[in-house]
Write a protein that binds this ligand. Structure first.
Ligand code: PA5
Length: 332
């Protein structure tokens, strides 16, 4: 792997631009009822972000599958996107195989692996990702490739200027994201508590992305609290927690007044158990800008925290350990 992790994130603007320049592998010339996106971890997050965008831009529903089970409702009326950076993730391959058996239209997305081989064998269109990246650091390649595919097939009604502007935005704001990431990493390190990402709808995918990044790069457990659902369950958990040390990372869209007020309210509750707060105010004009900016800050801050702790952000030994066992578990 040529690039160190931080460089992979710093080059996100270029990654996004290259993905947008590639022609899409297929034009379906037909209508689909829904889009199903299968993928795990760093590949699976693509489905979460797409689902947020489809809801915002009133597009056909996007359903995410983060396991080995193709949903029962899936039929020839739906389009399945199978996303695996390595192309070798057993759960994702299981979904691909089930879809083949059920004749479900598909597009595969990978840098290579068994998914690419099987896609070519069965005539399934394939989006080629650049090689040599960590799966989670290839988010723009996966996301923009798929956004273009869905847009051109009338499955995502996002104005295309918003997609193009987000690429320039990513390139221009990288410096700001690096600076903010450094501050967050040092704050998390000083806090030493359970990191809680406190955010508001419709930023669920970004909150989850933040958790995954701190898990995999910095090797720490993280909790994600999303208002207003938080107000109906998690809130009570802060009345009598076993754990006493929390570090609350607030993530807000400044253009969403209700969202900001909800996160402000959450602070009044957390303040009963901790004094450790930091706020990430998302930059950008569109929801896509904001999700990408936040994701870049999370990527870089989790790498920086890993470095402070003397940990390699790239290696995910326990995921590899699981992947070795997964073949036997799933009978692959
Ligand atoms: O980011 C990572 O390294 C992981 O979350 C992987 O994405 C996950 O294990 C699935 O692998 P892949 O993306 O190769 O399908």
């Amino acid at each position: 792997m040529g690039l160190v992790m931080e460089e992979m994130y710093i080059e996100w603007g270029r990654q996004a631009r290259e993905a947008l320049e590639k022609p899409v592998p297929v034009s379906f010339n037909r209508v689909f009822r829904s889009v199903i996106v299968a993928g795990m971890g760093g590949s699976g997050i693509v489905g979460d972000v797409l689902s947020t965008l489809s809801s915002k831009y009133s597009s056909p529903p996007i359903v995410t599958v983060k396991n080995h089970l193709l949903p029962g409702f899936a039929s020839k009326e739906d389009l399945l996107l199978v996303v695996s950076y390595s192309g070798n993730t057993v759960e994702t391959l299981r979904v691909f195989d089930s879809a083949l058996e059920r004749n479900i239209p598909m597009v595969a997305v990978s840098s290579g692996g068994l998914l690419k081989t099987r896609a070519y064998e069965h005539g399934v269109p394939h989006i080629q990702l650049p090689e040599g990246l960590a799966p989670r650091a290839s988010l723009p390649s996966m996301l923009y490739g798929v956004v273009k595919l869905l847009y051109e097939n009338n499955l995502l009604n996002i104005p295309f200027e918003i997609v193009e502007e987000s690429v320039s935005f990513l390139e221009e704001e990288t410096g700001k994201a690096i600076a903010k990431a450094g501050v967050i990493a040092e704050w998390v390190d000083r806090s030493k508590g359970l990191l809680v990402i406190s955010t508001h709808s419709p930023l669920e995918s970004l909150g989850l992305r933040g958790k995954n990044e701190f898990n995999e790069n910095a090797k720490i457990p993280v909790k994600v609290d999303v208002a207003p659902e938080w107000m109906h369950n998690d809130i009570v958990g802060y009345e009598a927690p076993f754990l006493k040390d929390f570090a609350i990372l607030e993530v807000v869209d400044p253009g969403d007044k209700v969202g900001v007020m909800l996160v402000d309210f959450m602070r009044t509750v957390y303040a009963r158990v901790t004094g450790s707060f930091h706020r990430l105010v998302l930059e950008g004009n569109s929801l896509l800008d904001k999700i990408l900016y936040g994701s870049m800050v999370f990527g870089l801050s989790s790498c920086k925290l890993a470095r402070i702790r003397g940990i390699d952000p790239l290696k995910t030994a326990s995921i590899q350990e699981y992947k070795k066992a997964a073949g036997a578990i799933f009978g692959a």
